[in-house]
Design a protein around this ligand. Structure first.
Ligand code: SF4
Ligand code: SF4
Length: 78
């Protein structure tokens, strides 16, 4: 179990809807399946984007951000 310091340092992904092209690569990259696609309120028909289902499960590994082809994922402090 993570100690207090590790929990404090863990970053989580934040998604830039405007940059996201709905490719779902980040969904496939996540080793713990804690991302899912949602309908975006961007005005673009059928535009979906990822969101973090469970912050507690996310390990902060950064794979989703590394693999995103459009640079739409930033790792940030929760
Ligand atoms: S990998 Fe990037 S562009 Fe593709 S769905 Fe995820 S956030 Fe969007
Ligand atoms: S940081 Fe890692 S564990 Fe967290 S959502 Fe991204 S790929 Fe999944």
């Amino acid at each position: 179990m993570a100690n207090k310091k590790e929990r404090k340092e863990k970053k989580i992904p934040r998604f830039n809807i405007k940059k996201c092209n709905s490719c779902v690569i980040c969904i496939d990259s996540c080793p713990v399946d804690c991302l899912s696609m949602s309908v975006a309120s961007s005005g673009i028909p059928n535009h979906k984007y990822p969101n973090l289902l469970n912050q507690a499960i996310c390990t902060g590994c950064g794979s989703c951000a590394e693999d995103c082809p459009t640079d739409a994922v930033m790792m940030v402090n929760p």
